[in-house]
Design a protein around this ligand. Structure first.
Ligand SMILES: [Zn+2]
Length: 322
């Protein structure tokens, strides 16, 4: 081979190597791009399977969607996905006393009673009112002590009686009254302060009532559920309840108008008491306002209920029973 021929061959090799490199680079770039693309497509495909995508597809906002994903379990999300857009879900989840276990019940109740506010819907379902007074019944959890709940859904059994019931001094109680010793002490402190500040004397009209006595009362009132609690369903059986009045205003109507009553509703929580059946709360408590009926729950619970404007029913459902 001459020198010339060898050089020619070398040149040919060189240029075909160059061409190979260009092709290689080209396919490499195209290849990487294609892989990337397919990744994206796959990702999108996967995203479409998520709850987030499906909820957004029903016209919920990102904020609503995020709240659903944060607060609801798979079963509850399935309900959202099975239905058309419904603003109730979001509003219900935003309510401060929302309980996850009641989600389906809130939806159902709100659907039936459109005019009711979300706040009331939550309160009604939390306290079983949606199920109808006396329609369902649970035994009171007496291990909860001072915060135990007795109402038209929660009852005490015939035998229940607190061990620390004490006779109330006739100095400030009519007839023979009994109450838990802690309640009597708290009442004495409150009574002293009322006397000091307003120069009136609080009196206890009625306090502990046994199952038997309640039964007799219930029958004597012709079993009228609006006036008297059924035996076992009266809070007076707890030994934590006091019906109050004052020497100066012994009649219920006068007492309601009195300075001492006004003072009590603003201050009784400092002694651990609550006004048990306040105005405008009958739809929760099941009782008309009773300006005389005070219940001992302890200072901590009473103060929180006062600050948050909650009945015992609402407070118990949200903070105690859960
Ligand atoms: Zn009472």
């Amino acid at each position: 081979m001459t020198n010339k021929k060898r050089r020619k061959k070398r040149l040919r090799l060189k240029s075909s190597f160059k061409r190979f490199c260009v092709y290689f680079l080209f396919f490499l770039i195209v290849g990487i791009y294609a892989i990337q693309e397919s990744f994206e497509i796959h990702k999108l495909y996967e995203y479409r399977k998520t709850n987030e995508y499906k909820i957004l597809a029903l016209d919920y906002t990102q904020e609503e969607t995020d709240l659903f994903l944060q607060k609801l379990d798979e079963k509850q999300i399935a309900i959202i996905l099975e239905n058309e857009y419904n603003e109730d879900y979001y509003h219900i989840l935003k309510e401060p006393y929302y309980l996850a276990k009641n989600f389906e019940k809130y939806i159902e109740y709100k659907k039936e009673f459109r005019e009711i506010s979300y706040k009331d819907c939550i309160a009604i379902v939390n306290t079983h009112v949606n199920e109808g007074w006396y329609n369902v019944s649970f035994e009171t959890d007496t291990s909860k002590g001072n915060i135990m709940l007795v109402n038209k859904f929660y009852h005490l059994n015939e035998e229940y009686e607190r061990a620390d019931l004490e006779n109330v001094s006739l100095q400030y109680a009519y007839e023979d009254n009994k109450a838990a010793s802690e309640v009597i002490e708290a009442f004495e402190r409150m009574r002293n302060d009322v006397r000091e500040k307003l120069n009136v004397s609080l009196m206890i009209n009625s306090s502990y009532r046994s199952y038997k006595v309640q039964e007799e009362t219930y029958i004597s009132f012709r079993k009228n559920d609006n006036i008297v609690a059924r035996p076992g369903y009266s809070e007076h059986q707890t030994g934590l309840t006091l019906d109050l009045t004052s020497i100066e205003h012994p009649m219920a109507d006068d007492f309601t108008e009195s300075e001492e009553y006004k003072w009590l509703i603003e201050n009784c929580h400092y002694y651990g008491f609550i006004l048990r059946y306040p105005e405008n709360k009958k739809y929760i408590t099941g009782y008309d306002t009773e300006s005389w009926h005070f219940r001992y729950v302890g200072i901590e619970h009473a103060s929180k209920m006062y600050q948050e404007d909650l009945t015992l029913e609402e407070y118990y459902a949200y903070y105690i029973e859960k």
